[in-house]
Design a binder for this molecule. Structure first.
Ligand code: ZN
Length: 222
């Protein structure tokens, strides 16, 4: 990729305010927004033996979201008030309570959940579009997190995998990868027939591949 300042994304992420992240080829400033697990739900779980930590995990899937707004990527990170905190505030009088700061692990887990959701929605959208256009259909697809390929198509099951690290590439390249793997459903090799089908649906696919296909960079650190 020629015009991407890749080095910036090689630093270990801290998932804090102002950090630069890249989504679909565009840079955004990350903003952490704490979202409380509703206190009434938290109160319901008090005394059941479920810890605030476990409750937070339970809500992570639904409440961790990334919203793109102008040049900002708003990351919603769920948290729970502590039991002590709620009692001090004389719940449910509505007194303002101080919020615990989300830990690195909280922010990272929320980020991972949120970007997987973002990625899943976009791939579904692009895949369905190309399935409709080409008449080709894959049986299923799933996400991988690897450094050696963007996508793969199994020869027997028509199952496709897409690399989560496509998230930081421009959408035109994501479109190319999706179409490429979909064409493999009917043509496993990269021979003349494969190239002819690619050229019908994406005449400049070779240019797109050459321009954006560079070293894979992790969007979520280990
Ligand atoms: Zn291929």
């Amino acid at each position: 990729m020629n015009n991407m300042p890749e080095n910036r994304y090689r630093q270990k992420k801290q998932y804090t305010d102002g950090e630069t992240i890249c989504i679909w080829g565009n840079e955004y400033s990350l903003q952490i927004i704490k979202t409380a697990v509703p206190d009434d739900i938290f109160m319901l779980f008090l005394g059941t033996g479920i810890s605030p930590e476990a409750l937070k995990k339970r809500f992570r899937h639904d409440m961790s979201v990334i919203e793109l707004s102008g040049s900002n990527a708003l990351l919603y990170v769920p948290f729970c008030h502590t039991e002590k905190n709620i009692k001090t505030a004389n719940f449910p009088a509505g007194t303002k309570m101080s919020c615990p700061e989300p830990s690195f692990e909280d922010r990272k887990a929320a980020y991972k959940t949120a970007v997987y959701r973002l990625f899943t929605d976009k791939i579904n959208e692009i895949l369905h579009k190309w399935e409709k256009k080409t008449g080709l259909k894959c049986k299923s697809w799933h996400i991988t997190d690897v450094l050696n390929y963007w996508g793969q198509c199994s020869s027997w099951g028509k199952d496709i995998c897409f690399n989560i690290n496509l998230l930081c590439r421009p959408l035109i390249f994501v479109e190319f990868v999706v179409l490429h793997e979909l064409v493999h459903v009917m043509q496993m090799n990269h021979g003349p027939k494969f190239r002819a089908i690619m050229a019908i649906y994406m005449p400049d696919y070779k240019i797109i591949d050459k321009k954006y296909n560079s070293r894979i960079i992790r969007v979520i650190d280990d």
